[in-house]
Write a protein that binds this ligand. Structure first.
Ligand code: HMH
Length: 222
């Protein structure tokens, strides 16, 4: 089995679910301008809660990197940059929520969100290896990067007041950052045991399923 780029092998193998997560009807509705604004606001409020859990997860990945990775690939710097970006992101959510009249203190996490946060928490366990956790981390970021970049392509009809949201994850810098994460993951997987590789593949599939459910929840409105 080719071990240089396991991620691309997996993305081919799991193409349908990957496309389901990155070309979801919610994203397609942003892209063609038919998005329901109540769905968008639901997504915004729920994602703010998700991102707060996500910060804790990234902190746990950083701890695993410190314990398990040698210093050669700059893993810690990439993860520290991610944490700094999430600091901005939390502030961005607060500003955006006040723009859209979404009261963040009133948001009750919905089932798909709670399930996803619980999954993140399971990956924070010290039993979970760095390689597995960073595979999930890359997948979580890559789904948003791919989804929102799709809304910014030429010929799309993305509403102008949603452009800033799409740019947050769809900009080239975020694309570069996802690429760095992917390289870290491929480098780790190339050296990993069969058991770790299997667990990392399962973690990728779990992320993709949770992402689909998260978009589904947002479409549900309310
Ligand atoms: C649900 N997945 C979800 N929310 C996010 N903010 C990201 C991924 C990427 O940061």
């Amino acid at each position: 089995v080719e071990k240089i780029n396991i991620i691309d092998t997996w993305l081919k193998k799991h193409r349908l679910i990957y496309v389901g997560a990155t070309r979801h009807p919610f994203i397609l509705s942003i892209r063609d301008g038919t998005v329901n604004l109540s769905s968008f606001k639901t997504w915004l409020g729920q994602d703010y809660i998700f991102v707060r859990a996500f910060v804790s997860f990234v902190a746990s990945v950083l701890i695993k990197a410190w314990k398990e990775s040698d210093d050669s690939g700059g893993d810690m710097e990439v993860l520290l940059g991610a944490m700094a970006a999430l600091n901005d992101e939390i502030q961005w959510f607060k500003n955006e929520a006040s723009k859209w009249g979404v009261q963040l203190s009133d948001i009750i996490p919905q089932k798909a969100n709670k399930d996803y946060c619980r999954f993140l928490e399971s990956l924070m366990s010290s039993e979970v290896k760095y390689t597995v956790a960073i595979t999930a981390f890359w997948a979580i970021e890559a789904v948003y990067q791919q989804s929102f970049a799709h809304c910014l392509e030429d010929g799309t009809n993305t509403p102008s007041d949603l452009q800033a949201t799409c740019l947050r994850w769809g900009n080239d810098g975020f694309g570069q950052y996802c690429h760095s994460l992917k390289q870290i993951v491929n480098r780790r997987l190339a050296k990993a045991s069969d058991d770790e590789i299997k667990k990392a593949e399962v973690a990728l599939l779990d992320v993709l399923e949770h992402e689909v459910e998260f978009w589904n929840m947002s479409c549900g409105g309310a």
